[in-house]
Write a protein that binds this ligand. Structure first.
Ligand SMILES: [Zn+2]
Length: 434
């Protein structure tokens, strides 16, 4: 081997290593470790690719908060609104947030791994300052113990556990005292009005937030109302008899999908096309799948709400808001993937295993058995529509548009029918026992 050959071999080894480095972390293309960052420069250029020689695709102002989804050689991939691209990591500082332990007790470890030494045990409700993340672990500061360490992301929630998810037995019957009481999407007068209930109507109260109560009326209307117009006292005398409250808010004791509220979220839309294949756009395929899934579910008696039913843009927080407003029994977000031209397969993401892990694996199982697609598993994913969702929520990736062969197949009516049937079967079997 002469010097030039050694040099060539070395170059090849370095090249292969670089390709591997760029490919391996990308198997979860929407990035497993997203976090929020704040712009520290006066004006920060957003570039098409990680390097100062690439085109400027946008500019960010000092103090702007962005979503950081991946990093590469001192560059961060960020997105905010319709701006999407790469910025120098020097001008972004991580934003910390407050989380709460939602397990009975949670181990604080020295490193982000089950092998990390346990340095403290944190009781339920302990407040944590989250400063970063690595795979499914959060780097936290515990103010009450003045300690820093790592905890499993699955047991940290953004709000102190409310009683909203408590079993129906903990609900209480109240009666409406106003002539007509608005039911809103959130505990504030800024919440949209979902409907109203008449005087003396009996409602079930699930949770309270400030002077607001989360209610469900006997006709199934769910939302938030002012507690000022709710009384535990049964109306009497000349008033008409109250509508009897259902003995249990959940229909059918043996479980099943009938009467369950399922929010279907077709990913992207409008100005956000999502992944682009050679002929197909993610937003259009996602909507087709969503429509098919919706009709399967409706035909089996589920109450289906679609976050979007046409090609419109919808923010991620609006999508989550819909899940909360309808108190979804399941929120299913549909996506098509993009990475390498050889990537292939389907996967289903969950954020909290205890909240939605079973739903995710059930859907993944149905999807794979119906389509025969490569099984990339049910796994943890740090996505806004899952992380911020108080209801059981999953995100399904239905195949790779970046792979021209797979693109052609997944766009066929045959695949669409099989895939939605598979997801439907997964949802059915999930609800069979609850
Ligand atoms: Zn997507």
């Amino acid at each position: 081997m002469n010097a030039s050959m050694i040099k060539k071999t070395l170059c090849l080894v370095v090249f292969v290593a670089m390709v591997l480095m760029s490919v391996l972390p990308g198997l979860q293309p929407h990035a497993a470790n997203s976090y929020q960052g704040k712009v520290t420069a006066d004006i920060l250029n957003v570039r098409a690719k990680p390097g100062t020689s690439y085109a400027i695709v946008g500019k960010l102002r000092n103090g702007q908060v962005v979503n950081v989804t991946s990093q590469q050689n001192g560059w961060l991939k960020v997105s905010v609104g319709r701006v999407n691209g790469w910025v120098s990591a020097k001008y972004i500082s991580a934003v910390s947030w407050t989380g709460y332990v939602n397990a009975t007790s949670l181990n604080l470890r020295s490193t982000p791994s089950m092998k990390g030494r346990v340095i403290a045990s944190l009781p339920n409700g302990t407040s944590l300052t989250v400063r970063g993340s690595q795979s499914s672990w959060l780097k936290v500061y515990v103010p009450s113990k003045k300690m820093t360490g790592w905890v499993s992301q699955s047991y940290v929630s953004k709000s102190k556990q409310s009683k909203a998810s408590a079993p129906p037995s903990s609900t209480k019957t109240y009666y409406v005292t106003a002539s007509s009481l608005n039911v809103r999407s959130k505990p504030s007068t800024s919440g949209s009005v979902l409907g109203s209930v008449k005087k003396n109507t009996a409602v079930q109260v699930y949770a309270k937030s400030g002077s607001w109560s989360q209610i469900k009326s006997s006709n199934g209307l769910k939302g938030w109302s002012s507690s000022n117009y709710l009384s535990v006292k049964k109306p009497s005398g000349t008033n008409p008899a109250p509508t009897p409250a259902p003995s249990s808010p959940q229909p059918s004791i043996g479980g099943g999908i009938s009467g369950k509220t399922i929010v279907i979220d077709a990913g992207h839309g409008g100005m956000d096309p999502g992944a682009l294949g050679r002929s197909y756009q993610e937003k259009a395929l996602a909507l087709t799948s969503a429509n098919q899934l919706a009709s399967l579910l409706r035909n089996s008696g589920a109450r289906v709400i679609m976050t979007r039913a046409s090609d419109v843009y919808l923010s991620l927080s609006k999508r989550v808001g819909i899940s909360h407003a309808y108190n979804a029994d399941a929120f299913v977000s549909l996506h098509y993937n993009s990475f390498a031209s050889t990537s292939s397969g389907v996967m289903t993401f969950y954020y909290g295993y205890s909240k939605e892990g079973i739903l995710a694996s059930s859907i993944q199982r149905g999807l794979v058995s119906e389509t025969g697609m490569r099984n990339m598993g049910a796994k943890f994913g740090n996505y806004h529509v899952l992380r911020e969702n108080r209801r059981p929520a999953v995100l399904v990736e239905l195949g790779f548009l970046s792979n021209p062969v797979e693109e052609r197949y997944i766009a066929t009516p045959n695949y669409q029918a099989k895939a939605t049937r598979g997801i439907f079967n997964g949802i059915l079997s999930y609800f069979a026992t609850r």
